[in-house]
Design a protein around this ligand. Sequence first.
Ligand code: DGT
Ligand code: CA
Ligand code: CA
Ligand code: ZN
Length: 577
Amino acid sequence: MNNAQIAAKFEILADLLEFQGANSFRVRAYRNAARTIESLSQQISDLLNDSSQKLTDLEGIGKDLADKCKVLVESGKLPQLDELQKKVPPSVLAMLRIPGLGPKKAAVIYKELGISTLEDLKQACQDERVRALKGFGAKTEQTILSGIDLAATADQRVYWAKADKVVQRLRKHLESVEGIEKLTFAGSYRRGKETVGDIDILTVAESSTEAMDRLGEFPEIEEVIARGDTKMSIRLVSNMQVDLRVVPAKSYGAAMQYFTGSKEHNVKVRGIAKQRGLKINEYGVFRVDDDGSESYLAGETEKEVYAALELPWFPPELRENRDEFKLAETGLPELITVDDIVGDMHMHTDATDGLNTLEEMIEASIAKGYQYIAITDHSKRVSMANGLDAERLLDQWKAIDKLRSKYDGKIQILKGLECDILEQGGMDLPDDILGQGDWIIASVHYGQNQSQQQITDRIVGALENPNICIVAHPTGRLINRREPYQVDMEAVFQSAKENNKFVELNANPARLDLNDIYCHAAKEQGIPIGINSDGHKIEGLDVMRYGIMQARRAGLTKADVLNTRSWNDIQKLLGRV
Ligand code: DGT
Ligand code: CA
Ligand code: CA
Ligand code: ZN
């Protein structure tokens, strides 16, 4: 058994233990171990054979876990896990993904109603059988019902960032094959969708057998689902599916176009081909003559494929059949890139729930080449994050004053705050304090179940406050984990526009809030969008690229994005200079 497989076993064990209501400390120990093992550069099996090394030297691996690793490597099995799986069918675990349904309630549903799938649970809710359970009620039933679809999706799709990690490992694994001449990862991954269902690989290879054999040796493989002459599908231990297709060089571009999708984009492309008396498929673009015979026109590169249809090459992020074909008539927009970003205006330090110090975050931002950053820790209402009261905030700003001279000429440090918008409306800290800062962000963290009117009023109220510059993660959604709160984004946009304020695209891959549709709407209304990392540690600053990808999917250009501008220009937009 290899590391990925061992880690996957520990993850399942943690899920099952959690479902059983085991001590949360124990559950976390397995999860931490899984993470450690997954990122090891050496195989556990090699470490076990090396008498000079001990597994217990690894972070988070105690004697018990080391023993379990040994059992797994030697037998491929874990008796404790087998026992648990006998008691609880794995399909039950999908229930744990329903927001608001903890392991305890899920266990009651399983035991009392004998329900082990999301489908059956949906039916039970519709039949009002769930509300009758002890400790449930109509409201809980409603919460469960409205969360089932989210849980079902979460079971099938992973964050783009997570898919990207797998893609990088697959790329490295396959690139070592000499006979592989070309390699692309197509599908929703290439389009940069916020979640990815499965991974689609395209290759041109001397021998398809060799390429497929190599995929079959991928360390994270669980099983081969299907294998033909030029096509192969595998399932990974993480349960993700990977499709491989080996295509001839003269069809590579056509296959890329076809398998990048989206389906909707392709349907439109096929229609356009037809209008021009052409045919397009994964092998190329063909002219169809009156006698029905076909002649190959293009297929080697994507660019040639689109050109044969008198279409421009579409950046993959735009291929969703939204407005890309209309835009193509006058020229596609030049989409924003990471290099256009000159500052990051939302980040935390260890003064609240960040892990790194003020100076460490500043140094890391300098290393990124930013012109300016805003330090935006939480305000006091966010007690879980040790939010700042007025005194601590002013202390931090004083510290920034001192650091400004130290970093003069290297980076501009803005005195910021992520100020909580209180449940009853209004800001968490008084205006005379907020007025002393440079860059105050407003966020909704509490009362997310309020009515649309209440939440909208709170956000609009914040945007009307002259001290507030921007609203962060405006819909509060967490991809795969929490639906957006009820908010009238039209009203929010209108208020942002009237008050010369901005909206954020939070680049955290679990948030990506605003989504692409809303970002596009904000652009249409001329509201600059701030793309920020919301970093809680140095590495957290790296998520910027996910935000950029989302922005590209929305068709945003450099001009549509706030932090491509100098801080002075931003102040002008705010009407402050
Ligand atoms: P996913 O995997 O659910 O995140 O989404 P995709 O877009 O990667 O979808 P997938 O893996 O089923 O197929 C990859 C691409 O192949 C898809 O974007 C377009 C193309 N494709 C697949 N099936 C069809 C089809 O029936 N018709 C057309 N026109 N294209 C298809
Ligand atoms: Ca796919
Ligand atoms: Ca696929
Ligand atoms: Zn934040």
